[in-house]
Design a protein around this ligand. Structure first.
Ligand SMILES: CC(C)(COP(=O)(O)OP(=O)(O)OC[C@H]1O[C@@H](n2cnc3c(N)ncnc32)[C@H](O)[C@@H]1OP(=O)(O)O)[C@@H](O)C(=O)NCCC(=O)NCCS
Length: 141
């Protein structure tokens, strides 16, 4: 992910989340030394289209997935799986042994996706998203 990707990313972000990240939050991840941020681009109409992105932190053998989203018209085509698989591969190469993330209780698409990669639902954070609880999921390698 680079600063040039942020217009496309913000378009996806705003339609994907009730409390979307703003430009400053993505810019701060691009400067953060523990943050890994990647996009997935697909060829479309002779050019490249940004189809999805993922942001995660790696520190002291632990990783935390902060953000993952796929542009609505590209969903259900394996892009989320591809982004997550690539991120988990990078984490393992960076000696991560434990991965955490939070997901809205109502977000069945994401919970199902994480479950397919072996993430387990370990506890809840009540009211984490204001009106909604977060499910904390963990994967150990
Ligand atoms: C969650 C998200 C990233 C999945 O991306 P995607 O590219 O559509 O996912 P994939 O096509 O790779 O699907 C992978 C798996 O996710 C699950 N999944 C995806 N969409 C689903 C849906 N609408 N309902 C139920 N399960 C779904 C399925 O387990 C699917 O595996 P399958 O194809 O074998 O059924 C995408 O729906 C999205 O951007 N959502 C909005 C942002 C978001 O909620 N991010 C997660 C925050 S924790």
């Amino acid at each position: 992910m680079t600063a040039e990707d942020l217009d496309d990313i913000l378009d996806i972000e705003t339609v994907s989340f009730p409390n979307p990240w703003n430009r400053g939050m993505f810019e701060s991840e691009l400067r953060n030394p523990v943050s890994f941020a990647y996009t997935l681009k697909v060829s479309l109409g002779g050019g490249m289209a940004l189809a999805g992105y993922i942001v995660f932190w790696v520190a002291h053998g632990e990783a935390h997935i902060l953000n993952i989203a796929v542009k609505p018209e590209f969903r259900k085509q394996g892009i989320g799986k591809t982004l997550l698989a690539a991120a988990l591969d990078m984490m393992q190469r960076n000696l991560v042994y434990e991965v955490f993330l939070e997901v809205r209780r109502s977000n069945m698409a994401a919970r199902d996706l994480y479950g397919k990669f072996g993430f387990k639902e370990v506890f809840e954070r009540k009211g984490y998203y204001g009106g909604e609880d977060a499910i904390v999921m963990e994967l150990t390698f």
